[in-house]
Structures are given as C-alpha cells and as structure tokens.
Ligand binder design. Structure first.
Ligand code: TSX
Ligand code: MN
Length: 599
C-alpha cells in the first residue's frame, strides 16, 4: 500500500504511531507484537486507498471484476467453501460471571477466551498487511453513534467495512476526541473451521475473531459490535440495540411515521425495509422510505419518545430471491459500486442468483466451476451483495439525521403457517415485551432439521444478544417508567397458510395495508377488537380493497383460535421458565394473565 494517500508503517522499526490517542496507539502496537504483520496500514477511507486495495485484490484473485458496462465498478469475491455463514456454535460471550451471558449464549471465562484465541493470533499476520480500520456506527455527528477500530488482515473486510460503516479519517477524529472505542481484532487465519472463534468480551468492549473472512464473523462493526457489544453497552447506558429494520411511511396527509421491525431470518426484512406501495397507494400519495434494513439503535429523547438511528451505512443483503418483483429497490441499489460474495456469474460477467428472474442464465457457480444444476445452485443460498445505503432509491435523508427518527410502532414478526393472525396489537408495553419474547419462526429448510418446527427467537436477537435474555427482557420492561411515551407494539405474520398449503396473504407491497392500520392505531383512528391475545383489526378497519380474499383467508388472517392459543401460551410459559429465577416476574405474570383469560 506504499505510495497511496495513506500511511504505511514498518512495525520492525517500532514505528506504529499514527494517532494522537495513546490507548489506540498502544493497542495497535500490542496487536502488531502478537500477530507480527509485515506492514501496518492505517485506513483513511479515501477513494485512492480503496482503489489501491481493489487493485491488489484483483491481482491476487481475491476479487473478480464484473461486467463494467452492465455493473460499473462492481466485484465478485468467492469465499472459502467452508466459510459461508456466521458460526453460532463458535461464537462466545466471555463475561466474568457465566450467568451474565445467559443460556442464550455460549460462554467462556474471559481469561480462557483470551488465551484460546491469542494462541491462534500469535504470528498469524506474518507476510501479510495489518489494516487498522477506524469506523463509526451511525451518523458521524450523532450522539447516538458509537465508534470502533477493527484490526484485520483481510483487504476484503476493509472494502466491505468502507461500505457498511462510516470508515476512515472522520471516524478516527471522533475516536481521538472521545478517547474510547470498541476494539475488534480479526484475522482470517487458516480459514480452518476447526480453528475458528468469534469471541466477545463485553466488559472490555473487545471482540476477537479468528479463522473466518465471512460476513458477521469478519465485518466486526455489524453483528459483533452493533448488536452483541452494543446491547451490553445499551443496557448500561439506558438505550436499546436491536436487530430491527427502520422504515418511514408518509401518508397522503404528508406526515411521516417511523416503524422499527424485528423478524427472524428468512422473513424478508430487507424487502419490507424497501417496500414499494401497491399501485392504488402510490396514486393516493403514499410513500415508503428506508432508514435501515438490519440494525436499530434507539433511546428516549427529551420528549420521552424513542429516537432511532441505523448504525450502518450499507446493506449486506442475501442475494438469492432478490428480483425486480420481490425488491426492485434492492435490485436498483446494486447496479453499480457493489461487492458480490458467492454469487454465480453469467458468460458475460454479470452476477446471477436463483430468483433474480432477469432472463439471464449462469455460466459459473459460486465455487467458480461451470454451472451444473445437478451439482449445486449457481449462487450459495447465503450469498450476499454489499452496497451503500445511499444507492437505494428509497433511502431517506432522515437516515443521516444525528437526532434519529421518532418511532411510532415496534413490530415483531415470524413465519407461522398456522395459528398466528396477520396482525395484532399488544395491549401495553409489558404485553408487547412478552410478544417479542415469545416470537419465532417455523423452520423452512430441511437442512436445518425438521420442517415446520417452532423455534423461538426473542426479538430476533437469539444469536445477537450479548447478555442473559432474562436481563434483556427486564431492560426492555424498564422503559415503561411513567415518563416515556413509548411506541405501540404489534405482531405480524405474512406467512399464514390455508388448508391447501398456500399462502393466504399476498405480502410484499400489500403489507403496507397492515402498516397503514398500525399508523391508524398510533393516531387513534383505526378500530380494533379486544381478545385475550391483544387487539385485532375490527372488520373494515384494515383496507382490503382490490384483494381477493376468500372466507377461509379472512377467518384465518383476522380470526382468533382460543384452543390453539391456549396450547401456545402453555408453550410460552415453559419457555419463560427455561430462563429460571432471573426471568422478570412481570413477564411471567403477563403470561399467566393471558393464559387465564384463554382458559
Ligand atoms: O419478503 C417477503 N415478504 C415481505 C415483503 C415486504 N417474502 C419473501 C420471504 C423470503 C425472504 C414473502 N413471501 C412475503 C412477504 O410479505 N410473503 C411471502 C409468501 C408469499 C409468496 C408468494 C406469493 C404470495 C405470498 N405469491 C403470490 O401471491 C402470487
Ligand atoms: Mn440480520
């Protein structure tokens, strides 16, 4: 990297200083002494730096240039075939007290965790360049934002961090001003699944990740920092770090409501964040804007409402299934300046994946071999695009507002073929926390075990909460303090099926009908009927004009099955009990109240 606008230092000369912050300088020196890189490169985030990195990756095959005419300035990366997803069984939360990590995390004592990975980091960067990547999660001038520094030996990680975070000189300036930052150490190591660990030390605001170059294992700003470490920080500081999209809805009246929504994987979170209204709604003047598609940090403002920022600045989205039909905004976002990981390629060098539905055909699969549908899909099911949020046609300028956006509704959702109606509203905040704690999806892919089995994934945080879920629910409950003006809480299910096994709700753009009802509830204009599980839309209160829903669809989407819910609440009770004594009594009482009402 010598000769670029940025500075490289020769660690053998003991010359690692490139910051006015002694704690950062000392940590970089300490890491260099452990990992022994040939070169240290402090990233400034400049175009020149990015171009030099890309040139290097093209030269060594880390990146492949895609068709410049069809996809200007876009690149394909093929990961190691054994390194294609986050690895939950190798992800640890290292707290001094085991119970602080909770049954929802794998735990190791901090000293053991450090010893385990430091042995792997010992000398691992010999012959390589160590990149020091200062980044800011959230708008650079927002009091809600938090900074970190990732040290990595992967230029692919640097290129992705540049899109996914505010990376470089402005972030370093803020870190030097504030004096504190999350420390993230990453090496791809040997990419050996047997020598792979994603370690979190929340009490030290430290992450150590070894042996993977993929996604959330390696782009440490995302799941490791913005969710696991930040959730711990948020609990101490009185805010929430959540696995939620944020979208804005502007009604024909002209006012905008913001909604934050949590879904388990494979529910179409990115599609919802970039929703395109149905024709009739567009004509009437409705508008949907995107603030974020994955992570939401929120805290009460002076007026007691929750204000949210998207800590990220890009989308690391699942490619398969992304089409003009399912998500035209995402497809438009990735027409240029994109990084693709593990997708297929057409004969003329265009990215391709299952469900892209653009009339083209793949020539090469994600492993770089000739495409053979009998062998494997062209794109890996977890293949990704990385693009700047600013490239999205629905991206809202409010995403850059340092004050954040006020949240009118929090939505929890899941994939439930039976029982759960299209939408219901929690009676109050405590009930809403229970709805979030009990949410989950029925499994879809046969590869993950039995299909149709209910897996609880509280607030979609099961793999991402950096502390004990029982304490997390208590933290959520604490926001109802008599001063805050909290948003309404809803549960949705786009995936209810009829007796014929077909989806009953059209989903996608038509989900705006459900969001419109939520806004009506927040404004006090939409009617509802009370049931033990919460408020259901009153007949005629949720707009269904232009849809052809049969009697079975209406019954199942808007009805309430007392028998079925009685069994569900028994199961929810058992789930809460599995967290033992630490589970807040208020949540157990809420479950009991509803179970009694169902009896
Ligand atoms: O993303 C989805 N959303 C949210 C969109 C804003 N998907 C895709 C899920 C996989 C990631 C959906 N799939 C949604 C949905 O609302 N609903 C469904 C189920 C469904 C699938 C196909 C149809 C309808 C519903 N097709 C027709 O009705 C023609
Ligand atoms: Mn996610």
């Amino acid at each position: 990297m010598n000769g670029t606008a940025t500075v490289s230092k020769d660690p053998s000369a003991g010359d690692t200083a490139n910051t006015s912050l002694p704690s950062l300088e000392a940590w970089v020196a300490e890491v260099a002494a452990l990992t022994r890189p040939d070169r240290i490169h402090w990233c400034d985030g400049s175009d020149a730096e990015n171009e030099a990195l890309l040139a290097g990756m093209l030269a060594d095959g880390t990146m492949v240039k895609l068709n410049e005419q069809a996809y200007p300035n876009s690149y394909l990366h093929r990961s190691d075939p054994d390194d294609v997803a986050r690895v939950e069984h190798l992800t640890f939360v290292c707290t001094s007290d085991r119970d602080d990590a909770g049954p929802n995390n794998h735990w190791m004592a901090p000293a053991d965790g450090h010893a385990k990975v430091d042995a792997l980091f010992d000398g691992c960067m010999q012959g390589r360049t160590m990149y020091v990547v200062p980044y800011c999660m959230g708008p650079i001038d927002s009091p809600l934002s938090r900074c970190g520094v990732e040290i990595t030996d992967s230029p692919y990680v640097v290129a992705n961090m540049r899109i996914m975070t505010r990376m470089g000189a402005p972030a370093l300036a803020r870190i030097e001003r504030e004096g504190s930052f999350v420390k993230g150490l990453h090496s791809i190591g040997e990419l050996d699944p047997e020598r792979r660990f994603i370690m979190h030390f929340p009490e030290e605001l430290t992450i150590k990740s070894y042996g993977s170059g993929y996604g959330g294992n390696a782009l440490l700003g995302k799941k490791c920092h913005a969710l696991r470490i930040a959730s711990h920080q948020a609990r101490n500081e009185g805010w929430l770090a959540e696995h939620m999209l944020i979208l804005g809805i502007t009604s024909p009246k002209g006012d905008t409501h913001y909604i934050a929504a949590a879904f388990p994987s494979a529910c179409g979170k990115t599609n919802l964040a970039m929703l395109i209204p149905p024709e009739g709604y567009l004509k009437d003047g409705w508008k949907v804007s995107t603030i974020g598609d994955d992570i939401c940090w929120m805290r009460p403002g002076a007026d007691g409402r929750l204000y949210a920022i998207n800590p990220e600045s890009g989308f690391f989205g699942v490619a398969p299934g992304t089409s003009k039909k399912s998500n035209a905004n995402a497809l438009a976002s990735l027409q240029r300046d994109a990084i693709f990981t593990n997708v297929g390629v057409t004969a003329d060098g265009q990215p391709w994946w299952e469900g892209i539905d653009n009339g083209q055909v793949p020539a090469t699969d994600w492993r770089g071999e000739p495409y053979d549908p009998a062998k494997r899909p062209a794109a890996h099911p977890n293949s990704r695009f990385t693009v700047s949020a600013r490239a999205c046609p629905s991206y809202s300028p409010e995403a850059e507002n340092p004050a954040g956006v006020p949240i009118s509704a929090i939505v929890f959702g899941g994939r439930r073929a039976s029982l759960v109606p299209l939408v219901f509203e929690a009676r109050d905040w405590t009930h809403g926390v229970l709805v979030g704690a009990a949410m989950g999806s029925e499994t879809t892919a046969a590869a993950t075990g039995a299909v149709g089995v209910m897996r609880r994934d509280p607030m979609a945080m099961k793999p991402f909460c950096g502390y004990n879920f029982a304490d997390y629910f208590a933290h959520w409950l604490s926001f109802d303090n008599g001063r805050n003006k909290l948003p309404k809480v809803f549960h949705v299910n786009w995936f209810r099926k009829g007796d014929d096994g077909k989806f009953l709700w059209p989903g996608f753009g038509d989900n705006l009908r459900v969001l419109e009802w939520m806004i009506g509830r927040a404004e006090g204009t939409a009617a509802a009927v009370e049931t033990p599980i919460g408020h259901l839309p009153a007949e005629g209160s949720l707009a269904l004009d232009g849809l052809e829903l049969g009697e079975e669809a209406r019954d199942k989407l808007f009805g309430f099955d007392r028998e079925g819910w009685r069994a569900e609440f028994d199961s929810i009770g058992e789930y809460l009990d599995s967290y033992g004594e630490r589970m807040p009594q208020a949540l157990k009482d809420e479950q009991q109240r509803i179970a009694s009402a169902l009896a």
